[in-house]
Design a protein. Structure first.
Length: 727
């Protein structure tokens, strides 16, 4: 390593050297009562590293951006996401596609600012992550959201419904408790139970979230609050607030008193010493405890993030072993924690997240870029206090802890990668048009399960064949697709497939069809869907007088090879028997029927080799006397249902005898169709945004003309949950 050529860099090098001496002499020395530290992470020569070497951030690594002007340093630090505990992103650009994570703050369960603050972002930033609250269990004058479990459960539902109705692709996370101690996990259990009591269902959570700190909750042998003020509780369970406080704090971690090292040997492990503030073992224990809680509540198959982790004590604090808190100790802690989170030890098939190689934690965020003087966590700052005097992203504005963070991400973190994965391709059912062929809108969802945001354009192509040689259409995406999606499909591609013959057809969709991204896994880029085209097999029959003859003609069905023509002279609503004739092409002249006494009634259908399974046309008549024509006999609609984007679409075969169609919608099946939901003149109805609504819908349709209305069609439905369809 060559020596730095500036005083600031020399000072930082001396600090790092002092840190090594500190570790050798204190924390890992024989006199340490509690020893958890590993060797400090060595920094590469900062003279050989430029800010441009880390352009795309690693989305496992985040930061708490206390300093908005510090946001441009995210690219220097290699961080792929950031949180400000605000509901709107700062104006500063991180420069590397880092994802902003929204936080909805509250007090007593009341959002401040209101949820309407995020209206524009719900539209303009689909698929974003929203944290509902922050340290909501903490009752401290200058921090925490001070909310009881019942109030939090109600606030969470309010936020969840508000977000999902506007953006179903958004991800919603619980607010982070300050720690995952037994006392705090009691609070989360009460939130879970309160939600179930209030709404009758389990709490819907997309992403679980917690802070990991090691702070005592009460003084030794008492119920007097210490660093981490007690979780807000249910006063109605107790006769008064003090009783509530005492009952909670008996479960809390105790403070050793800060000077008596022997207390740190507490065999019940109920004391959090100052010397344990940077304990990797306790960090691991809290993570495992939270994951165990998740599994116990059926939430193992969900991602877990740590939206804050760091050391909070300042340089004026000495632990029970006589060791001071200063920057090298923080850097050592950072390396220990990051090393654990990246290691095989942080994977567990019985507790971890299956979509992420059974890792216990998917993403983590360091606290913080820069907190102001007087606040906890100053030693963990990644940026110097006067960072705004440096050019944006300048590496010289990093503290020694900031350099350790940057060098860890550059040299020790799992390599950043793209991993675009195909999600679900829609199955579409549609009707053939008058030409005998159908068209369908195709849709495929996809996500980036890699650890960095895409930085170049890529295509999504739909194909007719498994070999991917017959393209249907291609859509190009140029904006960055954030990584760390963890199984949540955040993007969609669409295409229209034209001239599809009747029948069921498979289509294939490939994400990054041009293979322009260097992905760690391309085997998951392809998925399939189906399109079913129902043949248009109902001819529309018309009749005209040509002298003494009746000329019958009807719409040609593209797949027909001949037709069955039926005639009856007594009953206009006759049941077809033996065909009167089997003409082809689609016309027939019935000779002299207009001079014969009486009347003749006709209908036609596509010939199906005598099986009589195809539907009959409308009916027409020929009379030997003057009549006034009424309406043609309407057919009872047969309806189908499918989802297009977020809309529910109902389709049925067009009926020229009908002038309009009434659409009925009910919230319960098999009810009388008492009120018309809509009237349309086409053979399709779109119920906008109904796919986003958490309610069941049931639909039926009737045909209408000037004199009559058909009986209701078959019934179809849209459900807010997965079902198996019967007949």
């Amino acid at each position: 390593m060559k020596l730095p050529n500036s005083p600031k860099k020399l000072v930082r090098l001396l600090i790092l050297m002092a840190g090594v001496f500190f570790l050798l002499n204190g924390v890992i020395g024989e006199t340490a009562v509690v020893s958890h530290a590993l060797a400090i992470t060595q920094s590469p020569d900062v003279e050989e590293i430029t800010a441009e070497e880390i352009v795309t951030g690693n989305c496992r690594y985040g930061v708490y951006a206390t300093s908005f002007p510090g946001v441009p340093w995210l690219s220097t630090l290699g961080s792929g996401w950031y949180v400000t505990y605000n509901p709107t992103p700062p104006s500063q650009n991180p420069g590397n596609g880092a994802e902003f994570v929204y936080t909805l703050r509250m007090a007593g369960g009341v959002f401040n600012p209101p949820l309407s603050t995020i209206d524009d972002d719900l539209v303009n930033n689909p698929g974003a992550l929203y944290l509902v609250g922050n340290e909501m269990e903490v009752n401290f004058p200058t921090s925490g959201d001070k909310t009881t479990p019942w109030d939090y459960a109600a606030a969470y539902k309010q936020a969840y419904d508000y977000i999902k109705q506007a953006d179903p692709t958004a991800r919603v996370a619980v607010g982070a408790m300050s720690m995952a101690t037994p006392l705090r996990l009691d609070y989360m259990s009460e939130v879970w139970d309160a939600y179930l009591d209030l709404y009758g269902v389990n709490m819907p959570v997309d992403v679980w979230n917690v802070h990991i700190y090691i702070l005592s909750e009460r003084y030794l042998g008492s119920v007097v609050e210490h660093w981490a003020h007690f979780p807000m509780g249910h006063d109605q369970y107790y006769s008064n607030y003090a009783a509530s406080l005492n009952a909670y704090l008996l479960r809390g971690k105790e403070f050793s008193d800060g000077s008596t090292a022997s207390l740190c040997w507490d065999t019940s492990d109920n004391i959090y010493c100052l010397a344990e503030h940077d304990s990797p073992e306790i960090i691991k224990d809290q993570i495992v405890a939270f994951r165990q809680w998740m599994k116990d509540h059926g939430q193992q198959n969900k991602p877990l993030i740590l939206s804050e982790i760091a050391l909070l004590h300042d340089a004026s604090t000495w632990d029970e072993n006589g060791n001071q808190f200063f920057e090298p100790r923080v850097s050592n802690f950072l390396g220990n924690v990051y090393g654990y989170l990246e290691s095989e030890a942080a994977k567990d098939a019985s507790l971890g997240y299956p979509a992420d190689e059974n890792r216990l934690v998917q993403q983590w965020s360091w606290f913080s870029l820069n907190v102001d003087p007087g606040w906890q966590g100053r030693l963990a700052n990644l940026l110097v206090d006067d960072h705004t005097s440096y050019p944006d992203g300048d590496i010289n504005a990093l503290t020694s802890v900031g350099l350790t963070h940057r060098n860890w991400v550059l040299n020790n973190a799992s390599p950043s990668s793209f991993d675009l994965q195909a999600g679900t391709a829609t199955n579409v059912e549609t009707e053939a048009g008058s030409n005998g062929f159908g068209s369908a809108e195709l849709e495929v969802s996809f996500r980036n399960n890699g650890t960095k945001t895409t930085n170049q354009s890529y295509d999504v192509t739909f194909y007719k064949d498994a070999a991917l040689t017959q393209p249907i259409a291609t859509q190009t995406f140029s904006d960055g697709l954030s990584g760390c999606a963890w199984g949540y499909d955040t993007y969609k591609a669409t295409a229209v497939w034209e001239n599809i013959p009747p029948g069921t057809h498979t289509y294939w969709a490939k994400i990054d069809s041009g293979d322009v991204l260097s992905e760690v896994n391309t085997a998951n880029n392809v998925t399939t869907g189906t399109v079913t085209v129902n043949a248009n097999l109902v001819p529309f029959l018309e009749i005209e007088a040509q002298g003494n003859n009746a000329w019958l003609h009807w719409t040609d069905i593209a797949t027909a090879t001949r037709y069955n023509l039926f005639r009856d002279s007594s009953n206009p609503y006759f049941s077809p028997g033996t065909a009167y004739d089997n003409p082809f092409p689609p016309e027939y002249t019935d000779v002299n029927v207009l001079i014969n006494p009486g009347a003749y009634y006709y209908a036609v259908r596509v010939d199906d080799n005598g099986l009589a399974t195809y539907p009959l046309s409308n009916r027409v008549g020929a009379f030997s006397f003057g009549i006034v024509s009424g309406s043609a006999v309407m057919q009872v609609p047969q309806i189908s249902i499918h989802i297009v984007n977020n809309d529910v679409v109902i389709d049925w075969s067009d009926d020229a005898a009908a002038t309009s169609f009434n659409v009925f919608r009910q919230d319960f099946p098999y009810l009388p169709d008492a009120r018309t939901h809509a009237t349309v003149i086409s053979s399709s109805f779109t119920d906008p945004n109904e796919a986003q609504v958490f309610a069941n819908r049931y639909y039926r349709v009737t045909g209408v003309n000037s004199t009559d209305q058909t009986v209701p069609s078959n019934q179809v439905g849209k459900f807010a949950f997965q079902i198996v369809a019967g007949s």
